[in-house]
Design a protein around this ligand. Structure first.
Ligand code: CO8
Length: 257
C-alpha cells in the first residue's frame, strides 16, 4: 500500500509515523485512518520493529476527525458503516507506541494520542475535546480514556466546554508523561523509543498487556495475571540473557525471543 497522508521511516528498531495532511492540520479522514492503521498493523507484525512513534507537525498533531468529511453524513452513514470503528485496532496493538505531540491535539487527535501507551509533548501542545462545539461528542474513546487519565472533574469540564489544556496542565493532570521544548521533541521521542525498542520484547509486550489490564480488571485479578505473565517470561531467551548479563557484569544482548 502506498501512503499519501502519512510518512513512515524506520530508524533502527523504531518506526516513526508522521501524520501528513498539513493543509488540514492533519485532520483524520478515512484515507488517513486506513493508511495509519495499515502501517501500524504491519509494524506490529514486523520482528524488526520494537517501538512505534506517532507524530504530526509543529502546528498540529491532529486537529480532530475531518469535519468536512463528516458534515453531511446521516445517522446510518455513520452507524451502518461503524464509522471509525477500525480505530479500535490502535488500542489493541501489542508493540509499545508513543505519541509525540506538538501543537493541536483536538477531538480525534487527542483520542489518537490517548490510544498510544504514553504521550510526550512539547511546550506548544494543546489538548482538547471540542466536539461539543460542533453539536457532537467524542467518538474515538475520548469520554472513556480522558476520564481514566485525568479524572471525572477535568474530563467533564473539558468535554462540556471544549476548552484546550496547555502542556503544563496536561503534565500536571497526568495526561502526558513529560513536556519537552518543541525543537527537541522528536529527538527525545525517538531516543526514548530507541531505548524501549532495544529492551527485551517479550517482557515489554507482557508489561504493556499487564498495565493496560488495570483499566479492565479488579486488583486481585490483575495481580494474579501479572504473576502468571512474570512466570511465563522464564520461558524466554531474553530472561536468560538479561540475568546472565547482570551476573557477568556486562550489557545484555537481547534477541527479542
Ligand atoms: N477537519 C477538517 N478540516 C480541518 C479541521 C478538522 N478537524 N481542523 C482544521 N481544519 C482545516 C481548516 O478548515 C482549514 O482549512 P482551509 O484552509 O481549507 O479553510 C485548515 O485546516 C487550517 O485551519 P484553520 O484556518 O482553522 O487554522 P487556525 O490556526 O485558525 O485554527 C484550530 C486551528 C483551532 C485547530 C481550528 O482549525 C479548529 O478549531 N479546528 C477544528 C477542531 C475540532 O473541532 N476538532 C474536533 C473534530 S470532531 C472529532 O474529532 C470527533 C472525533 C470522533 C469521531 C469518531 C466517529 C465514530
Amino acid at each position: 500500500m502506498t501512503y499519501e497522508t502519512i510518512l513512515t521511516e524506520q530508524k533502527g528498531r523504531v518506526l516513526l509515523i508522521t501524520l501528513n495532511r498539513p493543509k488540514a492540520l492533519n485532520a483524520l479522514n478515512t484515507q488517513l485512518s486506513h493508511e495509519l492503521i495499515d502501517a501500524l498493523t504491519k509494524a506490529d507484525d514486523d520482528d524488526g520493529v520494537g517501538c512505534i512513534v506517532i507524530t504530526g507537525s509543529q502546528k498540529a498533531f491532529a486537529a480532530g476527525a475531518d469535519i468536512k468529511e463528516m458534515q453531511n453524513q446521516s445517522y446510518m452513514d455513520m452507524h451502518g458503516t461503524d464509522f471509525f470503528g477500525q480505530w479500535d485496532k490502535v488500542a489493541t496493538l501489542r508493540k509499545p507506541t508513543i505519541a509525540a505531540v506538538s501543537g493541536y491535539a483536538l477531538g480525534g487527535g487527542c483520542e489518537l494520542a490517548m490510544m498510544c501507551d504514553f504521550i510526550l509533548c512539547s511546550d506548544s501542545a494543546r489538548f482538547g475535546q471540542p466536539e461539543i462545539k460542533l453539536g457532537v461528542m467524542p467518538g474515538m474513546g475520548g469520554s472513556q480514556r480522558l476520564t481514566r487519565l485525568i479524572g471525572q472533574a477535568k474530563a467533564m469540564e473539558m468535554c462540556f466546554t471544549g476548552r484546550m489544556m496547555d502542556a503544563e496542565e496536561a503534565e500536571r493532570a497526568g495526561l502526558v508523561s513529560r513536556v519537552i521544548p518543541a525543537d527537541d521533541l522528536l529527538d527525545e521521542a525517538l531516543k526514548t523509543a530507541d531505548t524501549i525498542a532495544n529492551m527485551a520484547l517479550p517482557a515489554l509486550m507482557s508489561i504493556r498487556d499487564a498495565i493496560r489490564r488495570t483499566q479492565e480488571m479488579p486488583l486481585t485479578e490483575g495481580v494474579r495475571f501479572e504473576r502468571r505473565v512474570f512466570h511465563a517470561l522464564f520461558a524466554t531467551d531474553d530472561q536468560k540473557e538479561g540475568m546472565a548479563a547482570f551476573v557477568e557484569k556486562r550489557e545484555p544482548q537481547f534477541t527479542h525471543k
